[in-house]
Structures are given as C-alpha cells and as structure tokens.
Ligand binder design. Sequence first.
Ligand SMILES: Nc1ncnc2c1ncn2[C@@H]1O[C@H](COP(=O)(O)OP(=O)(O)OP(=O)(O)O)[C@@H](O)[C@H]1O
Length: 565
Amino acid sequence: MEEALEKISAGLVGGNKGRDRRSAAESSNRITSDEVLTKPLHSSLDFFGSYKGKDSASGHPEQVNVKKRKRDKQDDEAKETKPVALGVRKRYRVRTEAGLPDPMRSFQKWKLEKAFESVTGAFELTEIQSQAAPCMKQKYEVIAVAPTGSGKTLAYIVPVVKLAMNRKKPLGAAGCLILVPTKELAEQVARVTQRFLDAAKVDDEIKLKLVVSKAHVSGLAGGGSKRANILVATPMRLVHAIRSRAVELSRVRDLILDEADKLFEDGFMDQLDEVLMATGGKKTRIHLFSATLPPKVEEVARTVMKTPVKIVVGGQSYGGGTAAVDASTVKQRFMFADGQGEAGKVAAFRRLLTEGLMPPTLVFVQSQDRASQLFKELVFDGVNIDAIHANRTAAQRSTAVENFRSGRVWILIATDLMARGIDFRTINTVVNYDLPASPSAYVHRIGRTGRAGRTGQAITFFTEDDKPLLRKIVNVAVASGAEVPKWMLDIKPGERVKASLQEKRQPRRDRIGTAKLSDVAFKRPSKKRKRQRHNGIGSDDAADPSDAADDPGDEDVFQDDEDDE
Ligand SMILES: Nc1ncnc2c1ncn2[C@@H]1O[C@H](COP(=O)(O)OP(=O)(O)OP(=O)(O)O)[C@@H](O)[C@H]1O
C-alpha cells in the first residue's frame, strides 16, 4: 500500500489538471511525494476534518470555498435554522466542517422524494444522505465515511441526478463517472441508479451506461458514451475504453470513487491515475465514499481535490484511520476454532449448522482454493450451498449471486470479492471462516449483514496462527461497541508487533478436509445423497492461490470472462 501511495503521489501531485497534469507536476511548485506522505496538507484539520484554526480567511481551502459558494445560497436545499442543523448532526452523529450546507431531511425540495421512496421503501434519509447530498449538490468534493449498509450509494446518486436534471445545456458526454472495484458492485450500482432514474421519470433525458465488459466497451465505441450522462465502471475496463477512445471523459463533472480506499490500493493505482488524466481536470469534482479510510489515502486524495469536505458518520479510529461500524446492528462474536487445525474449523462450522445457523449466511475464506475446498467439504451436508470467487466464470458468479438473492442457496462461500459494497439486504449471518487480512477487510465483510437498519450477526473463527492479527481486529470490534472476552484484550504486546508484520500476509493454512474429524459431534449424511451440481467448483487444480483477500487482481480475472456474456 505504501508503495502504491508513493506511486500515486509521485504521479498525481501537481493537481488533477487533466491533460496538462504532467507538465504541472514537473513545474517548480511540485510537491514531492515525500512531502505528501510526511506532511499532512490539512494539518489544521482534526481527526474528523473539523477546522481548528482561528483565521478563516487565512487561505484554508474549505473556508475559502465556503465563501465562494455563497452564490449558491438560492439553492433549494432544505434550509434549517442553525441550532436545528446542529441538533440534526448531533443526533445523527455526523461530524463535519463548519459552514457547510445544512443537512436535509428529505428530497422533497428537489422533487425526488417519491423516486427515493420507491427505491428504498423509506422517506427519511440516512445520516450520510442527509449531509453528503446537499454538499455534492452545492459542488463540494465529499470525503464520506459512513457505516456499511447506511445508504452511501443513494447519497451520491441523488445529488448527481439532481445536478444532471438542472443542467440547462447537455454536456454532450458523460457528466458523472462512478468507479467501483468489482464487476458485481458496478452492476449493483447501475441497477440502483437505473431504478432511481426510472422512478424519477427522467430516464429519457438522463442515460446510464455500464462499462464492465468488452461488449460494453464496443457498445460505446460508436459515440455511445456521448449519449450517456452517467457511467458506472470498473477501473480496468474503463482504461481499455479510454485507450480505444470509446469514452469521452473530459466533461466529467463528478467522479465518484466508491470503496475509495480499495481503489487507492496497489492493483488499481495506475488505472486510477489514467482515469484521472482523462477526466476534466479542474472541472472534475472527486468524491470518496467508503466505510473505512486510512489517513494516507485521504492525504493523497486531498492533493487532487479542490474543495474537499469530510463527513464522518459514527466513525471510530483504527490504526490511525477512520472506520464506521455500527455495532448496534451487527452482533459480533469471536470463536476459537483450533485444536484439530483446519479440521477444527470444519467441526466448528458444522456445530454452528446443527445449532441452527441463521441463513442466508455468507462465509468468507482467504483464497479461491479454500473456497473450493470448503465447498467440497460441505456439499454433502444437505444444505444448499454454493461458492463464488474470481476464478469462476462471469455466468457462474451471476448464477451464484442470483440463487443466493432468491433464497435457493442458503450458504454462499466467498472470497473478499464479495466483501465490499454488495447489498443483500437479508443476509442474517456472516462467518469469517478465515480471519480477514486487515481491520478494514473485517469491517467490510461483517457489513454484509445488519444493513439498512436490519440486524445480523458476524462470527469470526480464529486459530493460534491468527492471534497476532486478531488483536487489531478485536480492537475495531471493541471500538464499535462490541463486547469481547477480556482475555482477547490481553494478547501480549510482542504479538502486537508481529501483527503489523503479518497484516496482509495471512497465515499458511492446512488444506480444508475431514482427516481428523473423529471427535466431531456431527453425523455425516449418507454418501448416497445426490451430489449437488456445481460447475467449476471443487477441481483440485482449479485455483490460483493469489485470489487472496482484498486482491485487486480479481479484476484481471474478470477480463477473461467475455465469452460468458
Ligand atoms: N434512507 C434509507 N432508508 C432505508 N433504507 C435505505 C435508505 N437509503 C438506502 N437504503 C437501503 O439500504 C441498503 C444499503 O444501501 P447501500 O448499498 O447504498 O449501502 P452502503 O452504505 O453503500 O454500504 P457498503 O458500505 O456496504 O457499500 C440498500 O438496500 C438501500 O436500498
């Protein structure tokens, strides 16, 4: 990550100035990558981005821009008196900077409340929606950190649609670009956006295009992107489209980086750089949305933002960054599942099954291989089970997701491909069969349950080998209000040192199997049970072990799936 950040800071510093960016970077005013990484540009902001300085006219970027934006006063945001706005923020645990637009209570004044209601089934906005939407509408660049399942997607979709509706002259090219790390998430965001456009009855004027496959890129080639107002894309596919001149991004006014911290990781960095170069330079506002935000990502992102404002909902700090977890909706449990090595984990999982694990259940493992092995191990147990990871074809992944959504599959085994953004409202349980590789991976994985005000539970297995990293993850759980046994907080400091080394280097694990299951209190079902059909899963030579947690290389695998589409 460090390496990647240095790469982007070296490449991007000098500002997001579109095609003249390189020359700007070469100018004598250029900030070196060292400066970016060691000297916070916004040292006058406290941890949550509140302004601490005394002199608002001293060149502080947010303050300057707040003044400039007085011209927007006539905008039709819900205006509330100051004390009411403060009360709303306090009640909502929203931390933000002074002088920003007041939070909105509904989208009534934008005449979008009915569309919003028809998509969400709700009239009231969530915290992040109430604060991020008016900021985006008033043309700030938003850094939004809010819990998983708190409606961040519509927090950026609604203002972007409102801005497009207000545009007097068509831009003649996409005005909004939404970038997300996986194909599954892009499809979901596009689906939500299209539903919102339809419900708002603006689908004739505001066109959406999805760019996640070769076919999509070819479809854009004949000037298709000129007829699209909103593009939703994954980075690699978009880069292909840029290189083949299938898209025109110079008119992009709002660039939304959803799961922003992921997009700033190694595998995506060069692509992100290329996308930024193709967008509209100074005229492009960049927005970051995520439930987790490491400080270095924020620092680097701010170097390419012009009017950044930070909004944090219910955030806790972890490892110096911000994570938004809502422990009131996700009950977190940790289970020691060792004793028999990997067989101990299989036994523990079967115990959960016999005790009545609440489906639908999403089970996370650390690699494609392990997803295949666990599937093979459980497929005879009489539960409807499937697996999803980047080594399956696009069609297999879509079927797995569809079957899980519809309830035909109760237990879905997944790699971290499914850890971010994916919205299955009804997931009751998340099982971290393998400990996540980092606290942020933990936050995103457990956030697949307890969404949109529902409750759910997250059960995390760990073994002796996991103890060093466990402490960091337990810290996030505790900070979010979860209760853990005291001994977990007593892991020795020496082990904590090891944890920093081990992060992202997950332990080598034995193959998942039943070799030592003699002591397991679970009756294996008859072998006669018909084997579930499961294309592509379970072959020994199947997978590339590098389909590890948080591996942005997952996207590379997507590129090979064209024939399925
Ligand atoms: N105001 C609202 N009231 C109730 N439900 C809502 C509201 N806004 C959005 N939702 C619903 O909440 C669910 C989660 O929304 P969304 O996927 O945008 O969450 P998110 O914050 O982006 O989560 P993640 O961090 O996991 O990506 C969706 O099913 C969405 O329809």
